[in-house]
Design a protein around this ligand. Structure first.
Ligand SMILES: C[S@@+](CC[C@H](N)C(=O)[O-])C[C@H]1O[C@@H](n2cnc3c(N)ncnc32)[C@H](O)[C@@H]1O
Length: 225
Protein backbone atom coordinates (compact mmCIF):
# COMPACT_ATOMS: atom_id res chain seq x y z
CA UNK A 1 0.00 0.00 0.00
CA UNK A 2 1.18 3.55 -0.68
CA UNK A 3 -0.36 6.92 -1.46
CA UNK A 4 -0.13 6.59 -5.26
CA UNK A 5 -3.14 8.18 -6.99
CA UNK A 6 -3.03 5.26 -9.48
CA UNK A 7 -2.52 2.06 -7.45
CA UNK A 8 -2.98 -0.18 -10.51
CA UNK A 9 0.15 1.36 -12.08
CA UNK A 10 2.87 -1.08 -11.02
CA UNK A 11 6.06 -2.52 -12.50
CA UNK A 12 4.03 -5.29 -14.17
CA UNK A 13 1.34 -3.84 -16.40
CA UNK A 14 -1.48 -5.77 -17.96
CA UNK A 15 -4.69 -4.58 -19.56
CA UNK A 16 -6.50 -7.00 -21.87
CA UNK A 17 -8.74 -4.14 -23.10
CA UNK A 18 -6.80 -1.53 -25.13
CA UNK A 19 -9.38 1.20 -24.47
CA UNK A 20 -11.02 3.44 -27.07
CA UNK A 21 -7.87 5.36 -27.98
CA UNK A 22 -6.05 5.55 -31.33
CA UNK A 23 -6.69 2.81 -33.89
CA UNK A 24 -6.01 -0.83 -33.03
CA UNK A 25 -5.46 -1.51 -36.75
CA UNK A 26 -2.50 0.92 -36.88
CA UNK A 27 0.77 -1.05 -36.98
CA UNK A 28 2.45 -0.78 -33.58
CA UNK A 29 -0.64 0.67 -31.87
CA UNK A 30 -0.04 0.51 -28.13
CA UNK A 31 -3.45 0.96 -26.51
CA UNK A 32 -4.00 3.97 -24.28
CA UNK A 33 -4.42 2.64 -20.75
CA UNK A 34 -0.76 2.80 -19.77
CA UNK A 35 -0.48 6.36 -21.14
CA UNK A 36 -3.62 7.36 -19.23
CA UNK A 37 -2.29 5.88 -15.98
CA UNK A 38 1.09 7.61 -16.39
CA UNK A 39 -0.61 10.95 -17.04
CA UNK A 40 -2.91 10.49 -14.04
CA UNK A 41 0.15 9.70 -11.93
CA UNK A 42 2.48 12.49 -13.10
CA UNK A 43 -0.27 15.08 -13.77
CA UNK A 44 1.52 17.08 -16.50
CA UNK A 45 -0.05 20.20 -18.00
CA UNK A 46 1.65 20.14 -21.40
CA UNK A 47 2.22 16.80 -23.15
CA UNK A 48 4.21 16.23 -26.36
CA UNK A 49 3.54 13.17 -28.50
CA UNK A 50 6.15 13.30 -31.27
CA UNK A 51 5.59 9.80 -32.77
CA UNK A 52 1.84 9.78 -32.54
CA UNK A 53 0.99 7.00 -35.03
CA UNK A 54 -2.79 6.65 -34.80
CA UNK A 55 -3.06 9.35 -32.12
CA UNK A 56 -3.42 7.15 -29.04
CA UNK A 57 -1.74 9.61 -26.66
CA UNK A 58 -3.65 12.55 -28.14
CA UNK A 59 -6.95 10.71 -27.55
CA UNK A 60 -6.01 10.01 -23.93
CA UNK A 61 -5.08 13.66 -23.38
CA UNK A 62 -8.38 14.79 -24.88
CA UNK A 63 -10.23 12.56 -22.43
CA UNK A 64 -8.21 13.91 -19.50
CA UNK A 65 -8.47 17.53 -20.66
CA UNK A 66 -4.69 17.88 -21.05
CA UNK A 67 -2.93 20.02 -23.64
CA UNK A 68 -1.27 17.63 -26.15
CA UNK A 69 0.82 18.47 -29.22
CA UNK A 70 1.39 15.61 -31.63
CA UNK A 71 3.42 14.93 -34.77
CA UNK A 72 4.57 11.97 -36.85
CA UNK A 73 6.88 11.39 -39.76
CA UNK A 74 3.77 10.45 -41.77
CA UNK A 75 2.85 14.16 -41.60
CA UNK A 76 6.43 15.27 -42.33
CA UNK A 77 7.30 15.92 -38.66
CA UNK A 78 10.78 14.58 -37.79
CA UNK A 79 11.19 13.95 -34.07
CA UNK A 80 14.96 13.54 -34.43
CA UNK A 81 15.26 17.22 -35.35
CA UNK A 82 15.84 19.49 -32.34
CA UNK A 83 14.35 22.38 -34.29
CA UNK A 84 11.13 20.49 -35.08
CA UNK A 85 10.80 19.42 -31.45
CA UNK A 86 11.18 23.05 -30.38
CA UNK A 87 8.39 23.98 -32.80
CA UNK A 88 6.17 21.20 -31.42
CA UNK A 89 6.77 22.60 -27.94
CA UNK A 90 5.72 25.97 -29.32
CA UNK A 91 8.82 27.66 -27.97
CA UNK A 92 7.91 26.62 -24.40
CA UNK A 93 8.98 23.78 -22.17
CA UNK A 94 6.97 20.57 -21.88
CA UNK A 95 6.08 18.75 -18.66
CA UNK A 96 5.85 15.34 -20.28
CA UNK A 97 6.96 13.72 -23.53
CA UNK A 98 5.36 10.39 -24.45
CA UNK A 99 7.32 8.45 -27.06
CA UNK A 100 6.62 5.11 -28.66
CA UNK A 101 9.32 4.85 -31.32
CA UNK A 102 9.75 2.03 -33.83
CA UNK A 103 11.54 -1.00 -32.40
CA UNK A 104 14.14 -0.42 -35.12
CA UNK A 105 12.96 -2.37 -38.21
CA UNK A 106 10.45 -4.67 -36.54
CA UNK A 107 7.69 -2.82 -38.41
CA UNK A 108 8.23 -0.41 -41.29
CA UNK A 109 6.23 2.81 -41.09
CA UNK A 110 6.56 5.74 -43.53
CA UNK A 111 8.36 5.62 -46.87
CA UNK A 112 10.29 8.70 -45.64
CA UNK A 113 14.02 8.03 -45.21
CA UNK A 114 13.94 9.94 -41.88
CA UNK A 115 11.62 7.31 -40.41
CA UNK A 116 13.57 5.52 -37.66
CA UNK A 117 12.28 2.16 -38.89
CA UNK A 118 14.01 2.75 -42.24
CA UNK A 119 17.54 3.10 -40.83
CA UNK A 120 19.65 0.51 -42.63
CA UNK A 121 21.91 -0.58 -39.76
CA UNK A 122 21.65 -0.79 -35.99
CA UNK A 123 24.40 1.84 -35.72
CA UNK A 124 22.39 4.24 -37.90
CA UNK A 125 19.23 3.59 -35.89
CA UNK A 126 20.99 4.27 -32.59
CA UNK A 127 22.58 7.44 -33.94
CA UNK A 128 19.20 8.87 -34.95
CA UNK A 129 17.48 7.53 -31.83
CA UNK A 130 20.11 9.39 -29.77
CA UNK A 131 19.25 12.59 -31.68
CA UNK A 132 15.58 12.10 -30.79
CA UNK A 133 16.29 11.53 -27.08
CA UNK A 134 18.52 14.59 -26.99
CA UNK A 135 15.87 16.70 -28.76
CA UNK A 136 13.18 15.46 -26.34
CA UNK A 137 15.37 16.25 -23.33
CA UNK A 138 15.93 19.70 -24.82
CA UNK A 139 12.22 20.59 -24.74
CA UNK A 140 11.55 19.32 -21.20
CA UNK A 141 11.35 21.74 -18.31
CA UNK A 142 13.63 20.88 -15.38
CA UNK A 143 11.74 18.17 -13.47
CA UNK A 144 9.82 17.23 -16.66
CA UNK A 145 9.52 13.59 -17.78
CA UNK A 146 10.21 11.59 -20.91
CA UNK A 147 8.39 8.23 -21.02
CA UNK A 148 9.61 5.85 -23.72
CA UNK A 149 7.88 2.58 -24.56
CA UNK A 150 10.42 0.29 -26.22
CA UNK A 151 10.81 -3.42 -26.90
CA UNK A 152 13.87 -5.54 -27.56
CA UNK A 153 14.19 -6.83 -31.10
CA UNK A 154 15.72 -9.77 -32.87
CA UNK A 155 16.09 -11.08 -36.37
CA UNK A 156 18.28 -13.55 -38.18
CA UNK A 157 20.85 -10.97 -39.35
CA UNK A 158 21.16 -8.75 -36.28
CA UNK A 159 20.60 -11.41 -33.58
CA UNK A 160 19.15 -10.20 -30.29
CA UNK A 161 19.18 -6.39 -30.03
CA UNK A 162 18.62 -5.10 -26.46
CA UNK A 163 16.84 -1.87 -27.40
CA UNK A 164 15.63 -1.23 -23.85
CA UNK A 165 19.24 -1.23 -22.67
CA UNK A 166 20.22 1.15 -25.48
CA UNK A 167 17.31 3.45 -24.61
CA UNK A 168 18.58 3.80 -21.05
CA UNK A 169 22.20 4.20 -22.13
CA UNK A 170 21.36 6.98 -24.58
CA UNK A 171 19.04 8.76 -22.12
CA UNK A 172 21.63 8.65 -19.32
CA UNK A 173 24.22 10.00 -21.76
CA UNK A 174 22.06 13.11 -22.26
CA UNK A 175 21.93 13.69 -18.47
CA UNK A 176 18.41 12.32 -17.91
CA UNK A 177 17.83 10.11 -14.87
CA UNK A 178 15.34 7.27 -14.46
CA UNK A 179 12.64 8.39 -12.03
CA UNK A 180 10.71 5.19 -11.26
CA UNK A 181 10.71 1.44 -11.77
CA UNK A 182 10.68 -0.08 -15.25
CA UNK A 183 7.09 -0.80 -16.27
CA UNK A 184 6.94 -4.16 -18.02
CA UNK A 185 3.90 -4.19 -20.25
CA UNK A 186 2.46 -7.51 -21.35
CA UNK A 187 1.80 -7.56 -25.10
CA UNK A 188 -1.76 -8.35 -26.09
CA UNK A 189 -2.86 -9.00 -29.64
CA UNK A 190 0.56 -8.32 -31.25
CA UNK A 191 0.49 -9.43 -34.91
CA UNK A 192 3.68 -11.49 -34.28
CA UNK A 193 1.61 -13.61 -31.85
CA UNK A 194 -0.25 -15.09 -34.83
CA UNK A 195 2.80 -15.76 -37.01
CA UNK A 196 4.28 -19.23 -37.55
CA UNK A 197 8.09 -19.22 -37.36
CA UNK A 198 10.35 -21.96 -38.67
CA UNK A 199 13.12 -21.18 -36.16
CA UNK A 200 13.34 -21.80 -32.42
CA UNK A 201 13.53 -18.88 -29.98
CA UNK A 202 12.15 -17.75 -26.64
CA UNK A 203 9.22 -15.44 -27.49
CA UNK A 204 9.32 -11.97 -25.93
CA UNK A 205 5.81 -11.17 -24.70
CA UNK A 206 6.41 -7.70 -23.30
CA UNK A 207 7.84 -4.28 -23.92
CA UNK A 208 9.14 -1.85 -21.32
CA UNK A 209 8.18 1.70 -20.46
CA UNK A 210 11.02 3.68 -18.91
CA UNK A 211 10.29 7.09 -17.41
CA UNK A 212 13.19 9.54 -17.32
CA UNK A 213 13.35 12.88 -15.57
CA UNK A 214 15.31 16.00 -16.44
CA UNK A 215 17.16 16.87 -13.22
CA UNK A 216 16.49 20.32 -11.79
CA UNK A 217 20.25 20.80 -11.51
CA UNK A 218 22.21 19.29 -14.42
CA UNK A 219 24.16 16.18 -13.42
CA UNK A 220 27.74 15.52 -14.33
CA UNK A 221 28.20 12.25 -16.22
CA UNK A 222 29.34 9.49 -13.84
CA UNK A 223 33.06 8.82 -14.27
CA UNK A 224 33.54 5.34 -15.70
CA UNK A 225 35.79 3.02 -13.67
C1 LIG B 1 5.26 2.25 -32.68
S1 LIG B 1 4.54 3.44 -33.75
C2 LIG B 1 3.58 4.45 -32.65
C3 LIG B 1 2.18 3.93 -32.54
C4 LIG B 1 1.33 4.73 -31.60
N1 LIG B 1 1.80 4.59 -30.24
C5 LIG B 1 -0.11 4.28 -31.67
O1 LIG B 1 -0.64 3.77 -30.65
O2 LIG B 1 -0.73 4.38 -32.74
C6 LIG B 1 5.95 4.46 -34.12
C7 LIG B 1 5.63 5.70 -34.90
O3 LIG B 1 6.82 6.48 -35.04
C8 LIG B 1 6.74 7.16 -36.27
N2 LIG B 1 8.10 7.63 -36.62
C9 LIG B 1 9.17 6.93 -37.04
N3 LIG B 1 10.24 7.73 -37.24
C10 LIG B 1 9.85 8.97 -36.91
C11 LIG B 1 10.51 10.24 -36.89
N4 LIG B 1 11.80 10.39 -37.28
N5 LIG B 1 9.79 11.34 -36.48
C12 LIG B 1 8.48 11.22 -36.13
N6 LIG B 1 7.80 10.03 -36.15
C13 LIG B 1 8.48 8.93 -36.51
C14 LIG B 1 6.14 6.14 -37.23
O4 LIG B 1 5.55 6.74 -38.36
C15 LIG B 1 5.10 5.45 -36.31
O5 LIG B 1 3.84 6.08 -36.45
Amino acid sequence: MNTSPVPRLTSLYHHADAGAYGKRSYPGNCGGNLIRDLLLYFKPRVVLDPMTGSGTCADVCRELGMDCRSGDIHEGFDATSAESMQQLANGGLADFVWAHPPYWRQKLYAADGRDLSRTPTLGAFLERYALFIEAAAGVLRPGGRLAILMGDYQDRDAGFVPLVYHTKRLAFDTGLVQCCTDIVRFSHGASSGRKVYRSSFIPGLHDVCVVFEKPRTPRRKEARP
